[in-house]
Design a protein around this ligand. Structure first.
Ligand code: UGA
Length: 434
């Protein structure tokens, strides 16, 4: 069996760990350099510091091929391909904070015969700037499209692999293409800036799709149509596609929020006003607030009312609270002097410090006990299995706002719960429209 290309990974965050574990699974020896010593200790002990389904098992299975180190020299001694997977969080101005990328660039230096493969999401133009600083080190833009919660499957079955190189460095692009080749996905070769733009434009487009369907949902509410049927009817058109047409309380997470604003700022800095993205952002912010109006339809005031949040993470199968809609909702509810209680099967520890005024319940049933309203914020599968008749008995007012259109409204209404959803006729409206 021929020896597989060794791989270096800079950063043991979510992208770095998934990338490292999956390359190890494909048979590569992978050296992961992480700057935080405690994280390296944790990983060496065999613990995984993030929640991603299947990742601990994958890391354990490939332990022999995975090396975790704090030393950059250990990375630079071996592999030719150095995958940079560090954070690029938003700054107050909405631009991307590139300090972690910059630090990696400085530490890697300018060794000839190696390539920096950028997985982190960076503004268009970053690759070429880095390359001017380190002209001997080849540069490959290889944006990642993994989703939290399904990252292992996304890595192993990608829709496409983007590889951006500039003239003269095709060897580096070829080497990256070769390590992804076993996945059998289409490989798209472009220049560096175009690859960087594909990443930002893809996230911005998906966010636009979500804001669009949310606006359709709002109009459906006014006109008595059902957005889930509308989305199904639209999605069967190949040109539109069914995915990312799920209406709800808006997109959350670090990526869409960050990348939509980064693209808007990037355009603005280049002198172009990206009008559409302003609306995408505004619709997303307002969508979370519409839940409050749904509560007011049934409750005179929220002062002193007990409101249960079912789910806190920005989406299921993660404990990530970045950009989570629950944070906005809890703040709005507290602003109206409601008492907020919450339950999340996984994100409780991550959420508690961010929501100091919120009571953390240990089950969904505990959360709804004595509540005047419940809001389904994250579509965790266990919420679909709840005994809604029991929920109705336990609540003070059996009112549920399904912020993800996740549940069977008819069944819940039949169980005695007043059911409100997003862009779907509510129980009362249903009887009117027959
Ligand atoms: C997103 C992209 O989907 C990935 O391709 C990309 O790699 C990643 O950002 C990134 O840039 O790192 P992620 O943020 O993990 O992935 O989660 P998504 O599954 O895309 O969901 C984002 C948000 O949109 C969630 O809050 C979700 O609830 C919401 N959403 C998604 C909707 O409201 N409606 C939908 O139809 C789909």
């Amino acid at each position: 069996m021929s020896e597989k290309e060794p791989i270096g990974v800079v950063g043991a965050g979510w992208v770095g760990l998934v990338t490292a574990a999956c390359f190890a699974e494909l048979g590569h020896r992978v050296v992961v350099r992480e700057i935080v010593p405690e994280k390296v200790e944790t990983l060496r002990r065999g613990d995984v510091p993030i929640h991603e389904p299947g990742l601990p098992e994958l890391i354990e299975r490939n332990g022999e091929r995975l090396v975790f180190t704090t030393e950059m020299s250990e990375l630079l001694d071996g592999p030719r391909l150095l995958f940079v997977c560090v954070q690029t969080p938003p700054t107050y101005s909405g631009d991307a904070d590139l300090s972690a990328v910059q630090q990696a660039v400085e530490e890697i230096g300018d060794p000839a015969g190696k390539a920096m493969v950028m997985k982190s999401t960076v503004p268009v133009g970053t690759g070429r700037t880095i390359h001017r600083e380190a002209p001997d080190l080849a540069y490959v833009s290889c944006p990642e499209f993994l989703r939290e919660g399904t990252a292992l499957k996304d890595f192993m079955e990608p829709d496409r692999i983007l590889i951006g190189t500039d003239p003269g460095e095709e060897w580096a692009g070829d080497a990256v293409a070769e390590v992804y080749e076993p996945l059998g996905a289409p490989i798209v070769r472009t220049d560096i800036s175009s690859a960087e733009m594909v990443k930002l434009a893809s996230n911005a487009f998906l966010a636009t799709k979500i804001s669009f369907i949310n606006e359709i949902a709002n109009v459906c509410e006014e006109l008595g149509a059902d957005v889930t049927d509308v989305a199904r009817g639209m999605g069967l058109d190949d040109r539109i596609g069914a995915r990312f047409l799920q209406a709800g309380i808006g997109y959350g997470g670090s990526c869409f929020t960050k990348d939509v604003s980064a693209l808007k700022m990037l355009a603005a800095n280049s002198g172009y006003h990206f009008q559409l993205l302003n609306s995408v952002i505004e619709v997303n912010e307002l969508q979370k607030r519409r839940v409050m109006a749904k509560l007011s339809k049934h409750l005179d005031s929220l002062i002193g009312k007990r409101v249960a949040l079912l789910g806190l993470a920005f989406k299921p199968d993660t404990d990530d609270m970045r950009g989570a809609s629950s944070l906005v909702l809890a703040a709005r509810l507290e602003g109206e002097s409601a008492n907020v209680v919450a339950y999340d099967p996984v994100a409780r520890d991550a959420a508690a410090p961010l929501l100091p005024g919120v009571e953390m319940a240990s089950s969904a049933m505990d959360a709804v006990e004595g509540a005047d309203a419940a809001i389904l914020v994250t579509e965790w599968p266990e919420f679909a299995k709840l005994d809604w008749a029991e929920v109705a008995r336990r609540m003070n007012t059996p009112l549920l706002v399904d912020g993800r259109n996740f549940l069977d409204g008819d069944a819940i209404t039949a169980a005695g719960v007043i059911y409100e959803a997003i862009g779907r006729p509510s129980a009362g409206d249903r009887s009117v429209v027959g």
